[in-house]
Design a binder for this molecule. Structure first.
Ligand code: ADP
Length: 466
């Protein structure tokens, strides 16, 4: 069974309210009623003592009593539910409520028993008689027996008080439950609205619409993280999508030129407009070589993109690594009559060996391509406390300032015609920059047209994980 957040939250709020109200009302009821009973019992005792006291005041001395007042007291007490009997030490009874009005006494007792059993069936009470000694002028004159409904009797007023209390408890309970229900629904709404929004956004993303973002901010931490995560996911997917489209566009664009040249040449030859001489065939072959190189570069880019995230980092000496790549290039440089020099001492860094080789390789092959015979290429390695710096400096053809911001872009070539000769496809620097940035480093370029170019790679010695 699946319940909505709203149902679950509201129900649990109501449950909590219900349980706590139940506890509070049971406890308060027990406690209050106990207090109240004790209070009533004390009250009863006080009333009894007051009656005894006023009776003792009616002693006039020398066995004389104020019988009138005595009767008054007795009648008043009877009206309050007390059946009083005053017996002197001699055994003489000077007041007895039952003698005075037995019918009324009987009726009172019955009435009290009825009220109590109707409202407090649990309390086993009954008519009790309690004796008090009658003391006046420091002599014990006899005893006063007071009969009443015990252990305590609740008058109509007392009962009303208790009923009101219970009613108040009930009303408070109902109100709190209503409040809990409202609060539960409100809280659930505040939680479920942003969640529903995230669900909508995620659904849009899964259908391929990456443009939408969740803008509303919630003040719940987890929900904020959830919206951020979904927004980031959308952003990543959108970027990937843009990259993918651009790559396809670029590849199509790059292939079109050599293919069109090839097609033109071949059609010309088929139609007999051009002779299939070795020059023409050579030119066709060059175009094919160009396409082949480009496909090779693309393969490399794809391979690099694929394992880009997984850097196989190990400690290595940058001087040894750079020196080895420089050595491998020596024969090619020699062939073109460009001199290649390397200077640098041991510098240990933590990095991916193969990818570092790739970076130096791309820079050195560019320097060779764009430096005419007789030129120089200097490679130098220097180290600081936290980073190492590799500089590849040539005195080749250089680049115009306006091109510098773009040379690291995929397929960007400074000058189509000159690159056609040298045969680059414009992704060597893209790869180099991606590798350096994956190592949290930087690659910079300085160049002047016809003077030369200087590439600087700065790499942290220790790649800190994010
Ligand atoms: P390519 O395969 O065309 O060399 P890169 O991404 O390696 O592609 O370089 C992009 C462009 O930057 C090149 O086409 C070239 O015009 C320019 N460039 C790169 N290195 C140098 C350099 N050392 N001297 C002059 N121009 C350079």
């Amino acid at each position: 069974m699946h319940y909505s957040l709203k149902t679950k939250l509201s129900l649990s709020y109501v449950l909590v309210a219900l349980v706590s109200i139940l506890f509070v009302s049971i406890l308060s009821n027990q406690f209050l009623q106990k207090q109240f009973r004790e209070y009533i019992q004390e009250n009863q005792e006080d009333t009894n003592l007051a009656v005894v006291q006023s009776i003792s005041q009616q002693y006039l001395g020398e066995d004389q009593w104020n019988y009138n007042s005595l009767e008054n007291i007795g009648v008043n007490a009877l009206a309050k539910g007390l059946i009083v009997k005053v017996t002197l030490a001699s055994g003489e009874v000077i007041w007895d409520a039952r003698v005075h009005n037995n019918g009324m006494c009987q009726q009172m007792i019955e009435q009290m028993a009825y009220t109590m059993s109707a409202h407090y069936p649990g309390i086993k009470g009954g008519y009790v008689e309690k004796p008090y000694s009658l003391v006046a002028e420091n002599q014990e004159l006899g005893k006063v027996e007071i009969g009443y409904y015990g252990p305590f009797y609740l008058s109509r007023n007392d009962l009303t008080f208790i009923n009101t209390l219970n009613k108040l408890n009930l009303i408070a309970g109902l109100l709190s439950m209503l409040f809990a229900l409202m609060l539960g629904i409100l809280m659930a709404k505040r939680l479920s609205t942003p969640i529903s929004r995230v669900i909508d956004a995620a659904q849009m993303i899964s259908q391929g619409y990456f443009g939408g973002r969740i803008r509303e901010r919630s003040n719940t931490k987890e929900i904020c993280r959830l919206t951020d995560t979904v927004n980031n996911l959308a952003q990543t997917l959108e970027n990937q999508e843009i990259l993918r489209k651009r790559l396809t566009d670029d590849v199509a664009h790059e292939l079109r030129t050599p293919l069109a040249t090839l097609q033109g040449n071949l059609e010309g030859m088929i139609d007999g407009i051009w002779k299939a001489d070795s020059d023409r065939l050579k030119s066709c072959h060059e175009e094919i070589m160009r396409i082949t190189r480009m496909v090779g570069d693309l393969e490399m880019l794809a391979r690099f993109d694929r394992d880009n995230l997984a850097l196989d980092k190990k400690q290595l000496d940058m001087a040894v690594l750079t020196g080895a790549v420089v050595n491998n290039f020596q024969s090619q440089y020699l062939k073109k009559r460009v001199s290649l020099n390397f200077s640098g001492k041991e510098e240990l860094i933590t990095a991916d060996r193969d990818k570092m080789i790739q970076v130096i390789f791309n820079l050195l092959s560019n320097a060779l391509k764009y430096t005419p015979p007789g030129g120089n290429v200097d490679v130098s390695l220097t180290g600081g406390t936290d980073s190492v710096q590799i500089i590849v400096k040539d005195n080749g053809i250089g680049m115009d300032e306006k091109d510098l911001p773009f040379i690291f872009e995929r397929f960007y070539r400074v000058d189509q015609s000159r690159t056609r000769l040298t045969g680059g496809s414009g992704i060597g620097l893209t790869i180099a920059r991606s590798i350096v940035e994956a190592h949290k480093g930087k690659i910079e370029v300085k160049s002047k047209l016809n003077e030369g170019t200087e590439f600087t790679v700065i790499l942290p010695k220790q790649v800190v994980k994010e």
